[in-house]
Design a protein around this ligand. Sequence first.
Ligand SMILES: Cc1cc2nc3c(=O)[nH]c(=O)nc-3n(C[C@H](O)[C@H](O)[C@H](O)COP(=O)(O)O)c2cc1C
Length: 174
Amino acid sequence: MNTKKILVAFFSRTGENYAVGRIEQGNTHIVAEMIASATGGTLFRIEPATPYPDDYRACTEVAQREKRSKARPALVGDIAAEEYDVIFLGYPNWWGDLPMCVYTFLEQHDWQGKVVIPFCTHEGSGLSDTENRLRTTCRGASVLNGLAVRGSVAQNERETARKQVLEWLKRLKY
Ligand SMILES: Cc1cc2nc3c(=O)[nH]c(=O)nc-3n(C[C@H](O)[C@H](O)[C@H](O)COP(=O)(O)O)c2cc1C
């Protein structure tokens, strides 16, 4: 029995996206729900105050500009991550990095003593170097190796994605 308090915090985008067309639930959101339901963790959505463009190409341009300028877009809402022991952190791979709004969330919390477990969705790049970026950003946390799931698999082959998620959780003993 795992008695640790678990948070599943994620950012995910709806609208038009690469490889999946127009979607009503983001790929990372789907994986986040699988993790929350398997672990009993609390689901929290990281939400930028200004939504990213619905149009895929326009979104890639905004995301690239934000990355170049190391932007920290304002968020709507927050959660006391400090009250949790284990934080599963989910995000799409954007230009080989975390979306800048995820850094906004991370930089407004104290990660000392926490276990941070990354998961991302992507269309070929996997996690890129995001685990190491998290190790730098979440000072004092133990950042475990993450899970990368193809966004189009999460969206269109849910049972395949669920199997990957459950096997990974089992290896982590959750
Ligand atoms: C702005 C932007 C940048 C992206 N950059 C990459 C990338 O560098 N590598 C990659 O594999 N996929 C990239 N993708 C694809 C996403 O990682 C993939 O579609 C992901 O599943 C989206 O998750 P979401 O639906 O939760 O937002 C990018 C998508 C967007 C919108």
